[in-house]
Ligand binder design. Structure first.
Ligand code: FAD
Ligand code: SF4
Ligand code: SF4
Length: 595
């Protein structure tokens, strides 16, 4: 059992300090240390330097000639593996926790830093120091959620531990590696698991409630590489649900936090050994990355069965489909779901014809890269240049996504004044000591007057459009074009909020009233009075109105003196509107054909 009070128990969960509030943070534990400013150097979400850390940890950074390293990071060998017999309670066969046991049994380490289930909630991870091999069995299995693993480093050092092992997910391992040299341990073994789509434990409970009317009886959940979720229950039952039948559309839009949607390391590239399942085709998948990783695998001896990983299918189609959905979701538009009749057919087909083995792992890594770039472009455009490593740009390029102006360090936008002379660069630093991160304020202070005027005008148009669609929604009274009006309200409200935020950053006070009546507002009112109802006949008017809106973005994007952040924001909003126009035009043509 986890012991919160007794430091010499086999599994000790020391009291941990409070977290410092941070934007884009998975609470890896560094902000709870005695020096929270270390986040500036340590954080994957600020200014990561993967090539340098790969070189420091593995002796070299990833080699583009070995194509799979672009996907999975540096490795000496990849294998399919399983522990025989599989360990009870393990997420897969228990290789991860068995490595911890072997390190403790052999005296290679004094303690393993990992997660145990919270005694009051089996799905909630609690960071623990495990000092005897028996303790590792209590840590088996996956919990969903974030917990401050690295806050254990100081208690471990205070207990006099010299050699430790850490079992962690990529955002924790990145921070650990950045600070490793100054932590004062003789040796740190790092066992990493891949990680994607983590969420808060509270959110995860919501998901379980959608999967079963007795969510408390679920003891195990895994997203398997054969496109099924496996559930196990406390009465021994097992259930498999095809991905396509999951109630994803019922989850709140912020179910997956922005951290995990913009995370650039799926496969834990800085671990000594990565223990996952993605490339394992039903077995586990190990990436041995350096000599210490070999040492770890050797500890398992004949307990582990190893074979060559397989690869089948083609990933390009599924990744393109995923890209399309992320584009819609990142633009705030609802993702159109597959018709119900098609789901069972696709659910049956995907494990047979979809990417499998290493090709499945490559597909997932590409999908994650696509998601990172698109979500950052939308939500944090100013962070792209520091947060996205070159290999991620290489992964998304085959899908037509290329870095734009100011999105990479070497392509940094040079702000221009109205007369086209260079504006002197202001230096902005945040509260973090280690890294100099350009602040929003310093960037936006460089906006030209011309671009500020465009922002004001676009903001007014967004509010007017919002008012118009709200008016239309009332008039439609739940009939006709109600769903479209709802979508447009969401879209224009978000645009108005984003533009208001850009204006505030530029020191302006946004006017929330809008103008008396915009083109779109007028169009809707006119059409409504003419046709005495808000059915499909309003589409041409709406399309015209939105085209005029898009033209305003074209003008704004041509203006001088915008920063990369503002340009990213404006192009994203323009794209949203163009997509909406395209879907309205498609609907209009379908109506005409049907008439
Ligand atoms: C949130 C999350 C998402 C994952 N997504 C993927 C994925 O997409 N693809 C993939 O191949 N693998 C993924 N994994 C890893 C995978 O689920 C297995 O943990 C891994 O394959 C090891 O299996 P095992 O039987 O060896 O683990 P076990 O021997 O059962 O040990 C599991 C270890 O994970 C630790 N752990 C459990 N929950 C957490 C947590 N929330 N945070 C940090 N550590 C935790 C435990 O303390 C334990 O040390 C994910 C893991 C997590 C925690
Ligand atoms: S290093 Fe990053 S993830 Fe960790 S606590 Fe600091 S800000 Fe949060
Ligand atoms: S997806 Fe990335 S950011 Fe999210 S918990 Fe996993 S490693 Fe951390």
């Amino acid at each position: 059992m986890v012991d919160r009070g007794d430091p010499v128990s086999a599994i000790w969960a020391p009291a941990i300090g409070a977290a410092a509030p941070r934007d884009l943070c998975t609470d890896c534990g560094i902000s709870r240390s005695s020096d929270p400013k270390q986040c500036g150097q340590a954080c994957q979400f600020i200014k990561p330097d993967y090539p340098a850390l790969e070189a420091r940890v593995h002796g070299r950074s990833r080699d583009p000639q070995r194509t799979d390293e672009i996907f999975f990071g540096p490795f000496r060998r990849m294998v399919r593996a399983s522990l025989a017999p599989p360990r009870k309670g393990a997420q897969w066969t228990g290789i991860t926790t068995r490595l911890g046991e072997r390190l403790l049994e052999s005296g290679a380490v004094d303690a393993v830093l990992t997660m145990a289930p919270d005694p009051d909630d089996k799905w909630k991870p609690v960071p623990v120091l495990v000092t005897s091999a028996e303790g590792m069995a209590k840590c088996r299995g996956m919990r969903m959620g974030y917990a401050p693993l690295l806050a254990l480093l100081e208690p471990a050092r205070a207990r006099g531990f010299k050699r430790i092992a850490i079992i962690g997910i990529p955002c924790q391992v990145y921070a650990l590696r950045s600070l490793e040299a100054r932590l004062g341990f003789e040796r740190i073994y790092v066992v990493g698991t891949p990680c994607s789509d983590n969420t808060t434990t509270a959110n995860f409970h919501t998901f379980l409630e959608l999967l079963s009317d007795q969510p408390d009886t679920i003891t195990y959940l895994e997203f398997r590489a054969d496109y099924h979720v496996e559930l196990r229950f406390n009465d021994g039952r097992m259930k498999e649900i095809p991905f396509l039948k999951l109630p994803i559309s019922k989850l709140p839009p912020d179910f997956f936090p922005m951290t995990c949607r913009t995370c650039v390391d799926y496969t834990n590239v800085l671990a000594d050994i990565t223990v996952g399942y993605m490339g394992g085709q039903g077995e586990q998948w190990l990436l041995v990355r350096n000599p210490r990783g070999e040492e770890l695998l050797d500890l398992l001896g004949s307990e582990v069965q190893i074979s060559e990983p397989g690869s089948a299918g083609r990933r390009a189609g599924p990744v393109k489909g995923f890209l399309k959905n992320v584009e819609l979701a990142a633009g705030g538009l609802p993702v159109r779901s597959m018709p119900n009749w098609l789901r069972p057919i696709m659910g049956w087909l995907m494990p047979r014809v979809g990417p499998r083995g290493l090709e499945f792992a490559r597909a997932r890594v590409e999908m994650k890269a696509v998601e990172t770039v698109l979500h950052l472009r939308r939500q944090y455009p100013q962070r792209l240049k520091n947060m996205v490593p070159a290999h991620v740009w290489a992964l998304v390029e085959p899908y037509g996504i290329r870095s734009g102006r100011g999105e990479r360090p070497e392509q940094r936008a040079e702000p221009r004044a109205r007369n086209n002379t260079r504006v002197p660069q202001l230096k902005g630093t945040r509260a973090f000591d280690g890294a100099c991160v350009e602040t929003q304020t310093s960037q936006e202070a460089l906006l030209s007057k011309e671009i500020v005027e465009h922002l004001k005008s676009l903001h007014t148009s967004a509010i007017d459009a919002l008012n118009g669609y709200e008016e239309a929604l009332k008039g439609a009274d739940g009939q006709g074009m109600t769903p479209l009006f709802g979508e447009m309200i969401v879209l224009h409200r978000r645009h108005a909020d984003e533009l208001a935020s850009e204006l505030r950053n530029a020191g302006e006070i946004p006017d929330e009233k809008g103008s008396f009546m915009t083109v779109i507002h007028e169009t809707i009112m006119d059409v409504r009075s003419m046709f005495n109802g808000l059915d499909e006949s309003v589409l041409p008017g709406l399309i015209d109105g939105e085209k005029r809106n898009a033209a305003k973005y074209d003008d704004a994007l041509k203006a001088d003196g915008a920063t990369a952040s503002v340009l990213g924001r404006l192009s994203g909003q323009r794209e949203d509107i163009l997509q909406k126009i395209a879907s309205m035009e498609a609907q209009k043509s379908a109506n005409e054909r049907a008439a």
